[in-house]
Design a protein around this ligand. Sequence first.
Ligand code: DQA
Length: 149
Amino acid sequence: MKILVLNGPNINILGIREPEIYGRQSYKDLLKMISEHAEEKSVAVEFYQSNHEGDLVDAIQKAYFDGVDGIVFNPAAYTHTSVAIADAVKGVGIPTVEVHISEVSEREAFRQVSYIRAVAVKTICGHGLAGYNEAIDFLIDHIGEKNEA
Ligand code: DQA
């Protein structure tokens, strides 16, 4: 099983950016935590982060052609604005879990819209970095069930 962990804008500055909201661990710490978890679960993970909307669309399309089985995706601010990214997720049909580090529902009004939620198989919010590992566990079960059906 191959999972792509995809992150949008400003996730590369975790630890620097608003630590009271996103914590003090860095993007590198995040990748290490996920890599260790994926290894325990015998899942192959690939990582990609971009601050650019079109790059994220390209990465989602590439995942399709590379035979990726599932995507763990924190689209960051593009969650609230990007029809193009939502169309890409829907278009490739790869099961995608939307992850947000913070509890978005308790934040500003402009964060209450998610274009990704409707095309994701699950949304995990406010569990900090642990949400990424939960998303991997969910995808393992979800993809396993799909293959059995
Ligand atoms: C975020 C929440 C978004 O509203 C914000 O723009 C981010 C990070 C989160 O992980 O909590 O950049 O996706």
